[in-house]
Ligand binder design. Structure first.
Ligand code: L34
Length: 294
């Protein structure tokens, strides 16, 4: 069993980004600028956004954190997005999800200028990505593809099972694993109502678990020598830890790991890669890589 170290890989990529930013600044270009909108005080979101701000510093980016209270109206949030769309200094921005229940998430996403959508969740980017056209790619799936590449894990022609069908992870992940220029795999998507989920998993060379249910993937679902990627980061209470909680993956790590050729840990696996992919997208936005700057 080999552990896939997302934390180390992400750190190396952030150094590469920093080197490129230093060159950009030296040649007279503006510093890349990422803005993040955080609505409410969800503990997980607070932690993830904080890590994003820290990553910006590591990469030499400017960052802006816009905090809004949990009772912010949809109109107020839309006004904030309009400002970010129009602010020429902001290269890219994200609206951290989930949003409070009274806000229509998809409507909010639709109003983001797709040229600044470094999360890759606007229909323009999601659609272009599905067609294999240049676009911002959702940070978690992009991070996973990057990990597989950096660890030289073969995916072409392999059987890959994606657990979960969210717009931000499951669907784009399956698309990327399918595409010839990325995974080039045979892809099956399973979800909460899949009748043959266990059987599908047992046949998989690669399992990507993104269902958000702690310890869902057990040893009996995993073939000997499989590659297991754990996207889950559910916070569960843990009186023994300093913070009062710990992060739990979708995979029952202790029993699954011995069967795997490769496996990602939680924390320190996919999470840090999500953040460094956001940094990659922000750099691409600053360079006008996918869409010409207006
Ligand atoms: N708009 N919403 C938008 N974009 C995203 O890309 C996200 N996501 C997911 C939730 N909502 C989003 C994230 O940022 C999940 N996610 C995310 C980002 C970072 C980490 C985990 C999830 C992360 O840093 N994980 C660390 C531990 C963090 C901790 O201690 O809580 C890890 O090592 O896994």
């Amino acid at each position: 069993m080999k552990l896939i170290d997302g934390k180390m890989t992400a750190a190396a990529i952030k150094e590469e980004i920093k080197a490129e930013v230093d060159q950009m600044i030296a040649s007279g270009m503006k510093r890349p600028h990422l803005a993040a909108v955080l609505v409410g005080h969800d503990g997980g979101s607070e932690a993830y956004v904080k890590n994003k701000v820290i990553a910006c510093e590591k990469c030499g980016f400017k960052s802006s954190l816009i905090r809004m209270e949990a009772d912010t109206s949809e109109e107020q949030l839309l006004a904030c997005i309009k400002q970010l769309n129009e602010d020429d200094d902001v290269d890219g921005f994200i609206v951290q999800l989930p949003l409070p229940k009274h806000i229509d998430e998809q409507h909010v996403i639709n109003t983001i200028d797709y040229r600044k959508d470094v999360d890759g969740i606007h229909p323009m980017n999601a659609g272009r990505m599905a067609l294999g056209l240049p676009s911002f790619i959702s940070a978690t799936p992009l991070g996973i593809i990057t990990l597989l590449q950096r660890y030289n894990i073969p995916t072409s022609g392999k059987k890959c099972v994606v657990l979960g069908r969210s717009n931000i992870v499951g669907k784009p992940m399956a698309q990327l694993m399918l595409q010839k220029q990325h995974g080039d795999a045979t892809v099956t998507i399973c979800h909460s109502h899949s009748k043959t989920l266990k059987e599908e998993c047992r046949q998989a060379d690669i399992i990507i678990a993104a269902i958000g249910r702690p310890n869902f993937v057990t040893a009996d679902m995993v073939k000997e020598g499989a590659v297991v990627i754990d996207v889950g980061t559910t916070r569960v209470e843990d009186p023994e830890s300093k913070s009062g909680y710990r992060l739990n993956g979708d995979v029952k790590f202790d029993e699954v790991a011995p069967k795997c050729e490769y496996i990602t840990p939680v924390p320190g696996g996919v999470g840090p890669m999500t953040i460094c992919s956001l940094m990659k997208n922000t750099l691409a936005a600053a360079k006008g890589e996918f869409y010409a700057k207006s």
